[in-house]
Design a protein around this ligand. Structure first.
Ligand code: HEM
Length: 369
């Protein structure tokens, strides 16, 4: 198995799809009806494509060496590199076999955890006032994040100017960079990590997808090509990347069930719970069953009030982009590799705004024929 073979395989995979959605940063999406030019479009417009292949070559090396790796760490590096290239035009190259120092990502995670814990830390104000403990760490992390965001500012600014918006301030550009970095890195990487965890704990699902991908390459697939979509959606139902999403209340209001809410307070909706309620999903709500997303060989769409991982239709600007990236990643990973959880590795939630794994996802890799 080599890079060229995987490359050809991926082009073939997407060439056979009926339509391909290519996300273009800061503009509307391009829909390609003609699969004939898929290779050109994927190469020129969407940098996640070579990133998935890069990940695959690293996995291939690891499988030969029979080493353990932290898959979540690699996926986080892959998605950070992708969003920096696609969103800001910068190649930061954190996804490499020697796992280069990644201070930005480290600062990013530290800040995220501290900000989450602030909600429940009774000493927060004192720590801030005296500038001690976690508040000092937070300040340091924010400095690293700021330095990075200002370093890519020029690229973002030129994109804004192209769009006729030249009056962006330093602060607003920094917010854009941060927003895209969080949205682009911290959502797809944990989702792919949970999907791989689900594959390792539900081997029959991984084997089924592998056989479908093989059939697909041999031209024996059925008409509709949803490969890997239902596994991703089912993963997001159980492990939504944004597990809870608080909203500030601007004005006094009354919710549809009569609950009164007061300005200055907060309302949180919790996709993690909504995705696991038997009331919504039936008695097997807690089980990973991708087939539930198919009915009569048609992919079901659920109400955004039932499947709330993306909050609402149209709120998440990166939904199509995320699906494309995750499908590419999972298609390559499941077609060419089999993953085995390292014995005794503990998979546990990390306390932060996204649903990631506290100790990563340690696994070993076998190559598939
Ligand atoms: C598994 C993948 C993803 C999930 C589950 C997800 C989920 C969400 C959710 C729940 C929100 C609403 C947050 C809020 O306003 O409280 C949101 C907003 C957003 N997402 Fe995503 N997202 C994903 C991937 C992405 C990607 C890859 C990008 C960009 C490359 C992206 C870009 C955005 C942006 C820009 C917003 C803010 C939209 C606005 O406020 O107008 N998302 N996403």
């Amino acid at each position: 198995m080599n890079y060229d073979r995987m490359h050809d395989w991926l082009v073939n995979y997407f060439s056979k799809s009926k339509t391909i959605v290519v996300p273009m940063p800061f503009t509307t999406y391009t829909y390609i009806a003609d699969p004939a030019n898929v290779e050109h479009v994927l190469k020129t417009n969407f940098n996640n494509y070579p990133k998935a292949l890069k990940l695959s070559t690293i996995l291939c090396q690891v499988s030969f060496l029979n080493h353990e790796i932290d898959m979540q760490e690699l996926l986080m590096r892959m998605t950070l590199d992708s969003i920096c290239k696609v969103g800001f035009g910068v190649e930061i190259g954190t996804l490499a076999p020697n796992l280069p120092e990644n201070s930005y990502a480290h600062a990013f995670d530290t800040a995220n955890i501290i900000v989450t814990l602030r909600f429940i830390d009774p000493l927060r104000k004192i720590k801030k006032m005296l500038s001690i403990g976690s508040e000092v760490q937070l300040e340091k992390s924010i400095k690293v994040i700021d330095d990075f965001t200002y370093s890519v500012k020029q690229d973002i600014l030129s994109r804004f100017i192209e769009l006729g918006e030249s009056n962006a301030t330093d602060k607003s550009l920094k917010d854009v960079v941060l927003n895209f970095a969080i949205a682009g890195r911290d959502t797809t990487a944990p989702t792919l990590s949970w999907a791989i965890y689900m594959f390792m704990t539900h081997a029959h699902v991984a084997d089924k997808l592998y056989l479908e991908l093989k059939k697909f390459e041999e031209n024996r697939a059925n008409e509709e090509h949803f490969l890997a979509s239902i596994e991703i959606t089912e993963t997001l139902r159980l492990y939504p990347a944004v597990p809870q999403d608080p909203k500030g209340i601007l004005e006094d209001d009354v919710l549809p069930d009569g609950t009164k809410i007061k300005a200055g307070g907060m309302v949180t909706y919790v996709p993690y719970s909504v995705g696991r309620m038997e009331y919504n999903w039936g008695p097997d709500a807690a089980s990973f069953v991708p087939e539930r997303w198919f009915k009569d060989r048609v992919l079901k769409t659920e109400s955004p009030f039932k499947f709330t991982a993306f909050q609402d239709q149209g709120i998440c600007l990166g939904k199509d982009s995320a699906y494309l990236q995750m499908r590419m990643g999972l298609a390559i990973l499941c077609r060419f590799y089999k993953f085995n959880l390292v014995p005794d590795h503990v998979v546990k939630y990390r306390m932060m705004t996204i649903l990631s794994m506290a100790y990563g996802l340690k696994l070993t890799i076998e190559r598939r024929s």
